[in-house]
Ligand binder design. Structure first.
Ligand SMILES: C[S@@+](CC[C@H](N)C(=O)[O-])C[C@H]1O[C@@H](n2cnc3c(N)ncnc32)[C@H](O)[C@@H]1O
Length: 251
């Protein structure tokens, strides 16, 4: 798949992304989990590599209004949704969030050690060379800078996430959850169909990169990071890696 086709694929995904995912309770939990793992402090500059529709940046600036966040993505349709969302969060965000259209397969358009923290959520699998992207994130992080990386395991499945969503609904409403779920499915059938087809496509792509825990740990370490922890999240369909830049200087 050439770069133009890849971009079109993500532009299409932007159309259904928030409408489906923001209704998914495991995705909302993932946003909260990443925000708390990052533990951003006032004054930090944060990079969101592959920010999509800006859901993570939106949450981070609410949790810590003193941060400055930069979201990078190559899909204009994702970025326009992200900008709209952040504008609605004004005045907190208006001067503290920047979005840049850039290809993560190329060097990041930032100088060395510009960021105190970085997140990269469900993006690593899609780039041409995961090691190159992680190396670039390492370069732009300050010494002791934190990386929160979220990426799917080998053979990711959609159904465990749906199951986790149903469980959360059940916990919240033991008698009414089935009606809530059925209502969501009926209302969202066209969007869900597109969403499922996109995810089946992602899963089937030989050129995408999925890692088991050991491979992921080795990859992150080989890029110079100290791996603090790796835990399964998102109904077991993502790894959440907490890592730290060990030393300054390029590898
Ligand atoms: C599954 S979405 C994740 C978005 C966001 N991080 C989230 O979790 O909600 C993957 C994102 O990576 C972006 N992406 C994929 N390949 C990219 C590349 N080579 N350069 C820049 N962005 C890329 C897509 O446009 C898309 O927004």
């Amino acid at each position: 798949m050439n770069s133009k086709v890849k971009k079109s694929f993500w532009q299409l995904y932007a159309w259904v992304y928030d409408a489906v995912l923001l209704r998914f309770l495991p995705y909302r939990e993932l946003i909260a989990h990443v925000t708390s793992a990052l533990d951003a402090r006032e004054g930090w500059a944060i990079l969101d590599a592959g920010c999509g529709t800006g859901n993570f940046i939106y949450h981070i600036i609410q949790a810590c209004p003193g941060v400055k966040a930069v979201g990078v993505d190559f899909a204009a349709a994702m970025l326009s949704r992200a900008m709209l969302k952040i504008r609605k969060a004004a005045p907190v965000s208006i001067n503290s969030v920047i979005f840049r259209e850039a290809d993560l397969n190329l060097p990041l358009p930032f100088t060395d050690e510009e960021f105190a923290g970085a997140i990269c959520v469900n993006v690593l699998y899609a780039v041409d060379d995961p090691k190159f992207l992680l190396g670039e994130i390492y370069r732009v992080l300050q010494k002791n800078g934190r990386l929160i990386l979220v990426t799917p395991p080998v053979q990711p499945q959609i159904w465990p996430i749906v199951r986790a969503h149903a469980c959360r609904l059940k916990e919240a409403s033991p008698s009414g959850w089935i009606f809530t779920l059925a209502g969501q499915v009926v209302r969202l059938i066209p969007l869900l169909t597109v969403f499922l087809l996109i995810n089946i496509f992602i899963k089937s792509r030989q050129s995408f990169h999925f890692f088991n825990r050991e491979e992921l740990s080795l990859l992150v370490k080989n890029c110079g990071f100290e791996v603090v922890s790796i835990v399964p999240v998102y109904g077991g369909q993502d790894w959440l890696v907490e890592a730290k830049k060990q030393h300054s200087g390029l590898l």
